[in-house]
Write a protein that binds this ligand. Structure first.
Ligand SMILES: NC(=O)c1ccc[n+]([C@@H]2O[C@H](COP(=O)([O-])OP(=O)(O)OC[C@H]3O[C@@H](n4cnc5c(N)ncnc54)[C@H](OP(=O)(O)O)[C@@H]3O)[C@@H](O)[C@H]2O)c1
Length: 349
């Protein structure tokens, strides 16, 4: 049985650990913690072994620690790095390369340039098989992941009829459980957001895409305003909506007032972590003008990348057939059921 270690137990690491712990094909060796706080007890109470940096062992003397991160890395087949953005690169240099261990990195890292963690950004809708046999792969960030689910079906159906994609990302300020981050009363912009290059890295460098990104004072998901320009008259909005009917991890919703409506519903129906794990096309905010489809969709920031990590793990560890991997991920995440419930609740009236 393959052994997987999750290095970092924050918003993303804790979710990944709790979902993949139910995967009978792997053993979760444990999680890496860096601060001696309540999340150590949380992990232990859920049955996970906690490993800490060798240099910090003393700071954890009040907890039942299972060993050092260095030890855990020597025993695992794959590490899922869930460190803060940029720290994954340092981990690669100081731990993963010297120990010759394969790793998945998260979307706050870079590909290309001096601090590149990998040459591939993974998107299960676009390049699943490319992760076969790879030593290091980066899982795209939440916005980068959601965008692949929108762009790839368009590309497959309309090909050369597509002229441009212009997207404005309204990004949530902080995550729900991130009590350390204050949500500032401001709208901030990002110069040259990483999303442009990240999406083009897997959709193709010649993808006619331009992204602007703004951070807005909310903890409730991201919203993408995507204008899709066609060569000639655009298809009807119904045709566009129908295109996503059977797409995995894409729900089509009506009558949603805002992102918190979706989060509240997810909480009421007891989805794990209040996550939907998907993107939500707001069908009644999707309109056509002449040659342009103007689409609005929301992206569950923390949830969306978690099943993607599970799919990527299967590609890297088992070279599993894409179809089988999706089936297996569905057993743990129940995305089809979540989609059905969401679509029934936010149905067209
Ligand atoms: N949050 C999101 O919505 C989201 C969505 C998609 C992708 N991502 C990406 O996922 C990654 C993790 O983000 P996050 O939101 O989960 O961050 P987070 O909540 O701040 O958690 C980061 C975790 O990393 C741990 N850590 C500290 N130093 C570390 C080290 N050297 N090696 C490994 N772990 C270390 C921290 O441990 P201690 O708490 O013990 O100090 C903490 O548990 C980032 O690349 C981010 O861009 C985040």
């Amino acid at each position: 049985m393959k052994k997987v270690f999750v290095n970092g137990y924050g918003s993303i690491g804790s979710r990944i650990t709790q979902f993949i712990a139910d995967d009978r094909d792997i053993e979760v060796l444990g999680v890496g913690k860096y601060s001696p706080d309540e999340k150590v007890s949380d992990a232990i109470s859920r049955g996970f072994h906690v490993y800490v940096p060798k240099a910090k062992v003393d700071a954890f003397k009040n907890y039942k620690i299972s060993g050092t991160i260095e030890d855990a890395l020597s025993k695992c087949d794959l590490v899922i790095d869930a460190a803060p953005g940029g720290v994954g690169y340092q981990n690669k240099k100081s731990y993963y390369e010297p120990k010759n261990v394969s790793a998945i990195f998260q979307g706050g890292e870079k590909i290309g340039g001096d601090e590149s963690v990998a040459s591939l950004i993974f998107n299960s809708r676009v390049n699943y098989e490319k992760a076969f046999g790879a030593k290091y792969v980066m899982q795209g960030s939440c916005n980068v992941t959601g965008m692949g689910r929108i762009l790839q079906p368009l590309k497959e159906k309309y090909g050369k009829r597509l002229k441009r994609f212009d997207a404005t990302l309204l990004r949530r300020w902080a995550d729900l459980e991130d009590s350390k981050a204050q949500v500032k009363d401001s709208i901030e912009w990002t110069r040259r957001p990483h999303h442009n290059e990240d999406v083009k890295s897997y959709m193709g460098a010649d993808t006619p895409l331009f992204i602007r990104a703004f951070k807005v004072p909310t903890r409730q998901m991201h919203v993408h305003l995507m204008d899709i320009r066609f060569d000639g008259p655009a298809p009807s909005s119904q045709e566009i909506i129908d295109l996503y009917k059977n797409e995995y991890g894409v729900a089509t919703l009506y009558n949603v007032k805002g992102t918190k409506d979706i989060r509240d519903y997810a909480e009421s129906i007891k989805f794990n972590f209040k996550d939907t794990n998907m993107i939500h096309i707001h069908a009644d905010m999707t309109e056509v003008q002449d040659d342009i489809v103007k689409m609005t969709y929301s992206d569950d920031q923390t949830g969306i990348v978690v099943p993607e990590n599970h799919l990527l793990m299967q590609a890297m560890l088992f070279n599993r057939k894409r179809e089988d991997a999706f089936k297996h991920t569905e057993e743990l995440f129940h995305m089809e059921e979540k989609k059905k419930l969401l679509q029934e609740h936010f149905a067209k009236k």
